[in-house]
Design a binder for this molecule. Structure first.
Ligand code: HMG
Ligand code: MG
Length: 301
């Protein structure tokens, strides 16, 4: 089995996680979560989304979150940006990295960002170009790479086409989203191999929700073919308001535990990560949705 020596973890909990909470989480809690993840050594912490507050009120305070966090040198703080208005807000918050987010499924694109895939690519192109001109790095997401909550199966050609378009508009990395966690390892690996024919595998990231309990296995299958960046969410937070049935992202603690055990470096202090997960879970009034975190907390009790 060939595995990368180092894997870069992108913790999307403060964005993907908290956007999906039914209650709006207080700004101070969000700030503390981002700070704790940075202090644990997470190299990239997705700190929020400059999307329409009418669509996702949970992210309406992104400006305040970005103003309140301590920015650790060497930590990246990407934010979601859907359009030029979002980019203006990101520039005003001195953001260095944005993420634009398309989909491989037409129906999901309509539900999530109110336009077709083609329209979204036309909208993202000037946003990406302007962001790069402003000195920012641009990450591209593709949702529904292994299935869509509305359309079911999604053709891998559609994923490849969107990946090529995001690459053409200058995205330094493309994150492949199994939005509803339906993939299984061989299918996930085949999808990655198909995309890697148009975008080099070292510029691909995995963004797997764990709805069917497959995410860890899917991640391992894709690390074996050379992917070395994985999106996770502390305490298994996550979901998407426009993907019915989508549950949390794979828990950061579970991925870091697995990688530590296999001798793959992440630079993350697992115990500090578990504490960050405990912090946010207790603020939300529940246990962390991470098997590794629960086991570590029980052992250390
Ligand atoms: P729209 O309604 O078609 O656009 O929304 P609009 O331009 O008519 O805007 C509607 C209102 O929102 C207007 O306000 C705008 O000014 C305002 P009004 O004039 O009515 O007072 N507005 C904004 N305000 C602040 N910041 C902005 C902004 N844009 C518009 N950036 C739009 C189109 C794309 C804006 C909307 O559909 C939207 O914001 N969608 C975001 C949905 C979202 O955040 N989904 C979750 C994130 S994606 C995800 O979770 C998947 C991922 O994790 C990967 C995976 O798992 O697959 C990334
Ligand atoms: Mg997601």
């Amino acid at each position: 089995m060939t595995l990368p020596k180092h894997v870069t973890i992108v913790d999307v909990g403060p964005r993907d996680g908290l956007q999906a909470e039914p209650e709006i989480v207080e700004t101070t809690i969000k700030i503390e979560l981002v700070n704790r993840l940075s202090a644990a050594g997470v190299p990239s912490v997705e700190a929020g989304a400059f999307v329409s507050p009418k669509w996702v009120p949970q992210m309406a305070d992104a400006t305040e979150v970005l103003a309140g966090i301590k920015r650790y040198p060497g930590t990246r703080y990407p934010v979601l940006v859907p359009n030029e208005k979002g980019l203006e807000r990101a520039i005003a918050s001195d953001v260095k990295e944005i993420a634009i987010f398309g989909a491989a499924s037409e129906f999901f694109s309509q539900k999530n960002i109110n336009c077709s895939i083609e329209e979204s690519l036309e909208r993202f192109r000037p946003v990406s170009i302007a962001a790069q001109a402003a000195g920012m790095q641009v990450r591209g997401y593709i949702s529904c790479v292994l299935g869509c909550p509305y359309e079911g199966d999604v053709a891998v050609e559609s994923v490849v086409r969107v990946a090529r378009a995001l690459d053409d508009m200058g995205c330094y990395e493309i994150s492949l989203g199994d939005t509803i966690g339906v993939g299984t390892p061989s299918k996930a690996r085949a999808m990655v191999e198909a995309v890697a024919k148009v975008v080099p595998v070292d510029r691909l990231a995995l963004h797997f929700h764990d709805t069917y309990g497959q995410a860890l296995a899917n991640i391992l299958a894709c690390l074996e073919v050379g992917v070395a960046t994985v999106d996770t969410a502390v305490a298994g937070l996550g979901g998407c308001p426009y993907a019915p049935g989508a549950s949390g992202n794979i828990a950061s603690e579970d991925v870091v535990y697995m990688l530590d055990g296999m001798g793959v470096e992440t630079g993350i202090d697992l115990l500090a990560l578990v504490e960050a997960g405990r912090f946010i879970s207790s603020a939300l009034g529940r246990e962390p949705n991470s098997r590794a975190a629960k086991a570590i907390l029980a052992k250390n009790a």
